[in-house]
Design a protein around this ligand. Structure first.
Ligand SMILES: NC(=O)c1ccc[n+]([C@@H]2O[C@H](COP(=O)([O-])OP(=O)(O)OC[C@H]3O[C@@H](n4cnc5c(N)ncnc54)[C@H](O)[C@@H]3O)[C@@H](O)[C@H]2O)c1
Ligand SMILES: O=C(O)C(=O)C[C@@H](O)[C@H](O)[C@H](O)COP(=O)(O)O
Ligand SMILES: [Zn+2]
Length: 374
């Protein structure tokens, strides 16, 4: 097991990464202060891992009252209506301010559980047990919690830090390949935004990572969490540097919102978003054509899309990008690449390059889709 520390003063916590951590009641119990525990998970993860966590806790501390909330699986259910189901379970069980919520699952479960914990009786403790690559490298760390609104991704939420993150890397063995690829998008993001060494390491190791090599995956998770923890420690509530973690997300969130949540996975949308951000950076003269090609090659090696859905339009992109949380006073702000391994938050005043970038990517995507349908 490898341990990192996210330094946030009184909200600091540990992130443990390794095999067989779901059963480590010794790590969980110091963070469960009352006797009330609600494990939030979904219909896919419950049959795989719920029993392991539940049994470990119950055996270690029989007096715990452990309840479960099993949500339907999917991004489409990351909404206010399904969030309420968590509060319903807490109230039905008579849980109070000393309750602890445990998020067992991917980013959807983590974001929803964290938000439910932030609001329940004005805030109770929660613990992250991430089970996807994406949630182990990104969503379980940093305290962004929330749900989607039909008009915008993650529009309702709160900053609410977990008390502990346990990333059991063995859970990745049951993860479908498409989900592993989606998680790899956020891993690549760290290399592109601030760590050229990591990017070069990924270029070499990606084939083995995609095959599920446990040792290399653990290394990628540690390096990713270290990068995220360093950024969040400097800027917990995204007043500045934390916005860099949004590389690819202005485009990506537009795809997710416009396509209907769940059609494209978050990581796929972010992968394509990073290709578009790199393309725009090249058009602005920031990165070279060779670096753009290098970025796209890496994303493609991770089996991620680099072209947007052919059914989208430039207007649909601009409409959805206009509601991005980073924008200020109607001005579009997005994260671009000053060079490979160095991202920057930019206020885009002239939109010509953005239009050209989107129009060209959509044209290629539509041509490809037409060719496939012939
Ligand atoms: N809070 C943050 O900082 C942050 C960061 C990145 C992403 N996110 C959010 O995270 C969400 C995406 O997370 P995700 O990619 O984990 O998706 P997800 O939570 O939908 O999980 C992906 C799929 O894998 C299944 N699954 C989970 N663990 C499994 C396992 N071990 N074996 C087999 N199947 C398993 C899930 O049931 C689901 O079908 C998005 O809503 C995104 O907005 C949040
Ligand atoms: O932790 C952050 O900060 C991030 O931006 C991480 C992103 O990968 C993640 O998708 C996050 O949920 C996006 O946040 P949002 O504020 O743009 O909705
Ligand atoms: Zn993301």
């Amino acid at each position: 097991m490898l341990s990192l520390h996210l330094d946030l003063g009184e909200r600091s916590y540990s992130i443990h990464i390794g095999a067989e951590l779901l059963q480590r009641a010794d790590l969980l119990l110091p963070h469960i202060h009352g006797q009330q525990v609600l494990i939030v998970t979904n219909t896919t993860i419950a049959p795989l891992y719920l029993n392991t966590v539940r049994t470990a806790l119950q055996q270690a501390k029989p007096e715990l009252k452990i309840e479960e909330c099993i949500l339907p699986d999917g991004e489409a259910y990351k909404d206010l209506r399904h969030l309420e189901l968590i509060w319903d379970r807490l109230l039905e069980a008579g849980f109070n301010r000393r309750a602890t919520l445990i998020a067992l699952g991917g980013g959807v479960i983590g974001d929803m559980t964290g938000f439910a914990a932030a609001c329940y009786q004005r805030g109770v403790n929660f613990i992250q047990l991430p089970t996807t690559l994406l949630s182990q490298v990104d969503s379980s760390v940093g305290g962004k919690t929330g749900v989607n609104h039909p008009l915008g991704k993650n529009m309702l939420g709160a900053f609410w830090q977990p008390k502990l993150v346990l990333a059991d890397t063995l859970t990745l063995q049951t993860l479908p390949p498409r989900e592993l690829a989606a998680g790899m998008a956020e891993v690549i993001k760290y290399g592109l935004l601030g760590d050229l060494d990591f990017l070069e390491w990924l270029e070499v190791q990606l084939p083995k990572l995609m095959q599920g090599d446990q040792r290399l995956l653990a290394e990628a998770i540690v390096r990713s969490c270290r990068c995220k923890a360093q950024i969040v420690a400097q800027d917990e509530r995204e007043g500045g540097v934390r916005a860099l973690l949004n590389l690819g997300h202005t485009f990506g969130h537009a795809i997710e919102t416009e396509m209907g949540y769940g059609e494209w996975l978050h990581g796929e949308a972010v992968g394509c978003g990073m290709a578009l951000a790199a393309d725009l950076s090249q058009r602005l003269g920031w990165i070279s054509s060779a670096d753009l090609e290098r970025t796209k090659a890496l994303l493609q090696a991770a089996q991620l899309p680099i072209l947007p859905p052919p059914s989208m339009t430039v207007d649909a992109f601009l409409r959805a990008m206009a509601v991005d949380k980073k924008n200020i006073d109607g001005e579009l702000r997005l994260v671009l690449l000053r060079r490979l391994g160095q991202a920057e938050l930019v206020t885009l005043t002239a939109h010509d390059h953005l239009h050209a970038c989107l129009a060209s990517a959509l044209e290629k995507s539509q041509a490809l889709s037409k060719a496939h349908s012939l």
